[in-house]
Design a protein around this ligand. Structure first.
Ligand SMILES: [Fe+2]
Length: 265
């Protein structure tokens, strides 16, 4: 049985895919860090990920997980900020978690609290942008990676209704990024022309059956696509199983926390 808490152990997964319109790229996909003070193993793993020397870091959100997590998070993620990167936010980048019945996770998509943000979202955004990472929350951007210009479109988190798909231009992007892979958001991203989509949020199911079979995705994505590579609407979809979980549901079953190195072409 594989049982992990927020303390790890952590895995670096590696997958490869072909995408006609994209140059060769090594993409480090991180997601759902849900950082809380004292998570030394997670911090060490995050820092070690810089040794993969990716061409691009894609961060699909839920970095924060505690009202005092901003400083240790920024410290742990600092080596990765030295690489080109893009990011979108997840609900846990806006709202600190609250104590809930952990079984609620298995009963359907979680509801988000509507209280004002208790997290330093602004500072996280400022530091990511200051390091050169492109903010893709309801935005498009392009980045020069080697000899190629790569274009992106992204959405803020649809799990809490912050997505604004009308802001996305049609046929404007090669890569689409969103935190929660709701089908409507994946569809909106494919209208930009994106042939590669990145998302997180599912925690790979978080509480899985032996073999890693997910029971829930915490959204309307089919459980068969809860983590790893699959396809949506003619695009390749990579859903990260994520590196953490809420401090109030600190258990992952048959689904170790992970980051993924995605080799394109
Ligand atoms: Fe998450």
């Amino acid at each position: 049985m594989f049982l992990a808490t927020n303390a790890g152990p952590f895995e670096l997964r590696e997958v490869s895919l072909a995408a006609d319109g994209l140059p060769s790229l090594r993409v480090l996909h991180i997601s759902d860090v849900h950082f809380a003070p004292g998570q030394r193993n997670k911090a060490a793993f995050l820092r070690e990920l810089a040794q993969t020397s990716p061409d691009l870091v894609v961060n699909t959100g839920d970095n924060l997980g505690h009202k005092r997590s901003i400083n240790p998070l920024l410290d742990a993620i600092e080596p990765l900020l030295g690489f080109p990167g893009v990011f979108v936010n997840g609900s846990n980048d806006y709202f600190a978690p609250k104590l809930k019945n952990p079984a609620r996770y298995l009963l359907g998509p979680s509801k988000q609290d509507s209280e004002p943000s208790t997290l330093d979202t602004e500072r996280m955004t400022r530091e990511f942008e200051g390091a050169g990472w492109q903010n893709l929350n309801n935005r498009s951007a392009s980045i020069r990676l080697g000899d190629a210009e790569v274009s992106f479109a992204g959405l803020d988190d649809p799990h809490i209704g912050r997505d604004e798909p009308a802001t996305l231009e049609k046929k404007s992007a090669q890569i689409g990024v969103v935190h929660a892979p709701y089908l409507k958001s994946l569809k909106a991203l494919t209208t930009t022309g994106a042939e590669l989509l990145f998302a997180g949020h599912t925690h790979g199911g978080q509480l899985c059956l032996p073999g890693g079979k997910a029971l829930v995705t915490n959204c309307d994505l089919p459980t068969a696509q809860a983590s790893g590579l699959s396809e949506y609407g003619g695009a390749k979809l990579h859903v990260s199983a994520g590196m953490g979980c809420s401090i109030y549901a600190p258990l992952r079953l048959f689904c170790p926390p992970s980051a993924t190195l995605v080799s394109v072409n």
